[in-house]
Design a protein around this ligand. Structure first.
Ligand code: ADP
Ligand code: MG
Length: 626
């Protein structure tokens, strides 16, 4: 077949433009990306060969070779992995399969250093070759195809690329970079070796380079024909803990997560017993851009006896720990394990349980550390991942208690970082419940009228403003034997916190108010389920509450925003018999207007929306002008 010129997909053109014009720091990562692709290609071959050993042809030893030619100014990375067919070369090197291009570009635009390191995170690592090369040639033959079915792909990294059919006896791929003017520093064996050592040491295949020897005639090093490994070629997690430095652990994390920052914590264990496996798990320091996507692929790679199986094995971690990165290498699973099988396997279940516990212990040891720097780390973790961890309270009943201890909240005493244990320690004598309020924002929660009596009595109330809070609370009923009680639900029963005199006063007020309450109930019967006198208010005239079993106004609004039908229940209007506005009701000629205003204001105060704002304005104006 003759040469064909094809155009890159629009997204690729954008990426290429950025790559060639904007990436200044860490240029050398192109080598990491191309070696990582070579290693992926070998993993794929090994995996396909599980069912078809013939794919190995006569080269069963998988390896990567890195070579350079100082005169031609080229670097070539060769692997004997799965290779590319012509159509795969067109599809995989001409389009971007994964989403995230836009996020990548946005991130780069915001990044002062224009760090090339970011690139692999977004599934576009191949194009990093164009940071240092003005032309890339890829020659490949897919395993199982005939030698005449090879392909050559060439591009200058602008709008288009060429493909042509070639004959290539050897299976796999070689990528040749024709270096740009000024990039000669990469044409040195020591330089390439040091980059490989820095970024690719954990790769479990041998990465080979030509040996050098001293050429006394020329007075410099000369390349020989002998190839020797540059890396240790043993998967990091299979090595003994004592032999691995913190730097190596961190570098490995950066490789698999494409994070530029070191992880917050990691754990590395060999687990023996019912199910045998090695786990190396990391907690990132910062949330990735797609943290909120619950369907996103998990961050844990599955290996079976050191053979890579898949990098998105959701079954290995509960959804609420989707931010965890790492590797699990099982000794028990069959090599041809499928996704379906994973979901059902008892071994996988044991791995998931064991790994979940490990992650929780890592978090606990940060949260409960003696060292304030460690606790500070936990506070940072909570800021980014707290809302995700809350999902676990409902999802993971077995670990609910441990998760509850890890929760942190704002409260009427501190804007952040309050744990339930701390709250319980601060409870007043006679206080039996843990009080909370939910609202859209911290400001709204803080100024909620329902808090008034709690403020007055110095009782702490947790202020919950995450969207998942309502959902979490539907699963968390108590902590340390103390019930969790919404201050906006049911009648306030401060129990032993109220003295006899106060109780008597309330009862008397309720009695004296009876006729007025009846009248209010009648006037507001379409809007309120009940009207009653309350002790929870100090400065405000009225507030809305719901019955114990009903959903809160806040949750009803969240459901509505999410386009779901909220069960239509009416709230209860509670009035403060001591308030001047409420006192004015008695015998007022404008009773109706006042009653509705009272209700509307209570609704506004809890962040609700008036069904008929114009009517509200009319009523207020009528009062103001009377
Ligand atoms: P990613 O590795 O995240 O998929 P890249 O941009 O690095 O993204 O590579 C794009 C695709 O090109 C790969 O998914 C793979 O299909 C193909 N590819 C790249 N290098 C090789 C190689 N050495 N052998 C086989 N396929 C390759
Ligand atoms: Mg890649």
């Amino acid at each position: 077949m003759s040469k064909q010129t094809l155009s890159f997909q629009a997204e690729v053109k954008q990426i290429l433009h950025l790559v060639t014009h904007s990436l200044y720091s860490n240029k050398e990562i192109f080598l990491r990306e191309l070696i990582s692709n070579a290693s992926d290609a070998c993993d794929k071959l090994r995996f396909e060969a599980l069912n078809n050993a013939a794919l190995y042809e006569d080269a069963p030893n998988l390896e990567v070779r890195v070579a350079f030619d100082a005169e031609a100014k080229t670097i070539t990375i060769t692997d004997n992995g799965i290779g590319l067919s012509e159509s795969e070369a067109v599809a995989n090197l001409g389009t971007i399969a994964k989403s995230g291009t836009r996020e990548f570009m946005a991130k780069l635009e915001g990044d002062q250093k224009k760090d090339a390191n970011l690139i692999g995170q977004f599934g576009v690592g191949f194009y990093s070759g164009f940071i240092v090369a003005d032309r890339i040639t890829v020659e490949s033959r897919r395993a199982g195809l005939k030698p005449e079915e090879g392909v050559r792909w060439t591009s200058e990294g602008a709008g288009d690329f060429e493909v042509e059919t070639i004959t290539r006896p050897e299976r796999g791929t070689s990528v040749t970079l024709h270096l740009r003017e000024g990039e000669d520093e990469f044409l040195a064996a020591w330089k390439l070796r040091s980059i490989i050592g820095k970024y690719s040491d954990h790769i479990s295949l041998p990465i080979l380079m030509r040996k050098e020897e001293w050429d006394s005639e020329a007075g410099k090093q000369k390349l020989t024909d002998e190839w020797a490994p540059v890396n240790k070629a043993s998967a990091l997690w299979t090595r003994a803990k004592n032999d691995i430095t913190k730097e190596q652990y961190e570098e490995f994390y950066k490789q698999i997560s494409y994070d530029t920052e070191a992880p917050l914590a990691y754990t590395h264990n060999r687990v023996e017993g019912r199910s045998e496996y090695t786990q190396l798990l990391y907690i990132p320091a910062k949330a990735p851009f797609d943290l909120w996507n619950r369907d996103k692929r998990g961050g844990v790679k599955l290996y079976v006896k050191r053979v890579f199986i898949m990098d998105d094995a959701e079954a290995l971690m509960p959804v609420y720990l989707r931010f965890v990165k790492g590797v699990i290498d099982s000794a028990d699973l069959p090599l041809n394990v499928s996704r379906e099988l994973l979901q059902e396997s008892r071994d996988v279940k044991a791995i998931r349980e064991g790994s979940t516990k490990r992650v929780l212990s890592m978090l606990e040891s940060l949260a409960d550390s003696e060292d304030s720097a460690e606790r500070e780390k936990y506070a940072r973790f909570w800021k980014d991942f707290g809302a995700v961890l809350k999902e676990g309270v409902g999802e993971d009943h077995a670990n609910q208690e441990r998760l509850a201890k890890l929760l942190r909240f704002a409260s009427t005493q501190a804007d952040e970082g309050v744990s339930l244990s701390e709250y319980v320690k601060r409870m007043k004598e006679g206080q039996e419940a843990i009080y909370y309020i939910t609202a859209d924002t911290l400001a709204a929660a803080k100024s909620s009228p329902q808090l008034e009596i709690f403020r007055k009595k110095g009782i702490e109330v947790l202020l919950l403003t995450d969207r998942v809070d309502e959902w979490m609370l539907a699963h968390l009923f108590e902590f340390d034997g103390k019930p969790l009680q919404s201050v906006a639900k049911g009648a306030v029963d401060l129990g032993k916190l109220q003295d006899e005199e106060e109780k008597k006063k309330t009862e008397e007020a309720a009695e004296a108010f009876k006729p007025l309450l009846e009248k209010l109930k009648e006037t507001l019967k379409d809007r309120a389920k009940d009207v009653r006198v309350t002790t929870r208010l100090v400065d405000s005239p009225a507030c809305l509450v719901v019955d114990e079993g009903d959903i809160s106004g806040h949750l009803a609004r969240l459901l509505k925003q999410a386009g779901q039908d909220a069960p239509k229940g009416k709230p209860i209007l509670e009035v403060n018999a001591e308030h001047a506005l409420v006192k004015r009701l008695d015998g007022s000629a404008q009773f109706d207007d006042l009653a509705h205003i009272l209700f509307d204001q209570a609704l506004l105060a809890e962040g609700g929306q008036l069904e008929d704002p114009a009517a509200y304005v009319r009523r207020v104006n009528a009062l103001l002008t009377s």
